[in-house]
Design a binder for this molecule. Structure first.
Ligand code: PBG
Length: 311
């Protein structure tokens, strides 16, 4: 078999993910090499993602290279992928998911969100995290901080904030576990769709036998079932990563349950529901959750968010 070219962004986290994929391929006896591609999302570090428009900001350059055949597979954080891929592309695998929680990272020894006696300033650039904080911990203030993890930590240490609110997966992969001061609950800080898993994207024109071989080498079927349900939920909401929606799948035997919802940008309204369904139709479970969240007032919240973000 030919050598597989793995396309990735150049950030440390992206490279970790690419090496991880290279390792999984190696275990399956497939030879590969890594090709680093610069993306627009990496270059515009001082502008909020929600302002540049999140749709495909990290993925489009990689997709161009997939079409040209300069790379065979593109590796992304599953969380950063649009819920609807452009025509001609598909995801063939989701790697085994890391722990999904959000965590607080700090250079100070102690931060406890529940302690309302002390003012706390947390750095984050995610609308979901800001809104969730405002909902459960309105005494906490936030400041936007962008850039890669190393940059964010530097800004925190320089005094921009007391702590950073981040995905455990990224913190762990970059080796900063020793700076974690609090792990947040999945009930309150229900993660973004796909958090903790790596998605493998290809151009659909790839020959079927290669597709199957790569899927066998890279796909973690339990993770994929959960993410298919989560992504189906997100697809109905037409949300990119700038919309504060959340969903987390869970498997128990043949049952697939999906907990998820939406929170208004100011954190005042938050809807979180759980639906149960079958592992044989994850998309249906996601669509059912969307239906129930919309009926419970989620549609109104979503419309408000969309009109605010496009202003
Ligand atoms: N939005 C950026 C992003 N994309 C993926 C991760 C971390 C890894 C993951 O969640 O899979 C992060 C950083 C974060 O949210 O803290």
């Amino acid at each position: 078999m030919k050598k597989i070219k793995i396309g990735t962004r150049g950030s440390k986290l992206a490279l970790w993910q690419a090496y991880h994929v290279e390792e999984l391929l190696k275990r399956a006896g497939i030879d590969s090499e890594i090709v680093i591609i610069d993306t627009k999302g990496d270059q515009i570090l001082d502008v909020s993602i929600s302002k540049i428009g999140s749709k495909g900001v990290f993925t489009q350059e990689l997709e161009d290279q997939l079409l040209d055949g300069r790379i065979d597979i593109a590796v992304h954080s599953a969380k950063d992928m649009q819920s609807k891929l452009p025509e001609g592309f598909e995801i063939i695998a989701f790697t085994k998911r890391e722990k999904e929680n959000d965590v607080i990272l700090s250079h100070k020894n102690q931060i406890d969100l529940a302690d309302k006696s002390k003012p706390i300033l947390l750095g984050t650039s995610s609308t979901r995290r800001v809104a969730t904080l405002q909902h459960f911990y309105p005494h906490v203030k936030t400041v936007e901080v962008r850039g890669n993890l190393q940059t964010r930590i530097l800004k925190m240490e320089e005094g921009l904030c007391d702590g950073l609110l981040l995905a455990y997966a990224g913190v762990h992969r970059m080796g900063y576990d020793d700076q974690i001061v609090q792990e947040l609950s999945l009930q309150e800080f229900t993660p973004a769709v796909g958090q903790g898993s790596v998605a493998i994207e290809i151009a659909s024109k790839m020959e079927t036998s290669l597709k199957i071989e790569l899927t066998e080498a890279l796909n973690h079927s339990e993770t994929a079932l959960k993410l298919r349900a989560e992504r189906a939920y997100l697809r109905v909401l037409e949300g990119g990563c700038s919309i504060p929606v959340f969903a987390l799948g869970n498997l128990s035997g043949n049952q697939l349950s999906l907990n998820g919802g939406i929170v208004s940008l100011d954190g005042k309204e938050r809807i979180s529901l759980t639906v149960n369904g079958s592992i044989h139709d994850p998309e249906q479970v996601g669509q059912q959750l969307a239906k129930e969240v919309f009926a419970a007032g989620g549609k109104k919240i979503l419309d408000q968010i969309k009109s605010t973000l496009t202003q």
